[in-house]
Design a protein around this ligand. Sequence first.
Ligand SMILES: [Zn+2]
Length: 220
Amino acid sequence: MPGAAFYGKMERVKILAVSDEALDRIYALASSGHFQDVELIVGCGDLPYHYLEYLVTVLNVPMFYVPGNHDPNENPAKKETQAQGGSNLDLKLARHNRFLIGGFGGSVRYRPDGTNQYSQTEAYLRAFRLIPKLLFNRLQYGRALDILITHSPPFGIHDDVDPAHTGLKALNWLIRFAQPRYLLHGHTHLYLKNLAQSETVVNLTKITNVYPYKILDVTH
Ligand SMILES: [Zn+2]
């Protein structure tokens, strides 16, 4: 029974999560060994892929990312549409050690021709495509998901009222259905750091806006 080992002692992983803005100071911090205990890199979208590739090269750990609304559609024939050394987890599930990780890229649609933009209905249809894999995880491991990586925030949580920064309702549904312990997102920028909230707990899920970067100790 492959799932039996998953009920043992607490697992933890140290994550460097980045989103939306390539910071000059990240280069200095990474090259000086500041992130040397980081075990996993998470990209929540809208970043130049060379920034993600730099982090993978320097830290030499696995990287999962999802595309944002300013990123290109992935095309396997075009290298520049992927971050080399990482895995695009958009609508995919993966495992890192004992952590079950899933991804959901893009934002709400605010331009008719925008890439990685979805109406609320389109986003629901995308989320529903994860159902078989989530059910498989639940049967195999006793839970559907530990960490959900998204670009957009859920609706009404860390989002905004303008057309481009309204959260996706499909993510609220996904939180209820899959009950991940963590949802990491970007897309909404915290300009008033002392006022805006970057962490919210909904039932079993801790939702974190990682913009522009966060170090997270994640457990299950
Ligand atoms: Zn965005």
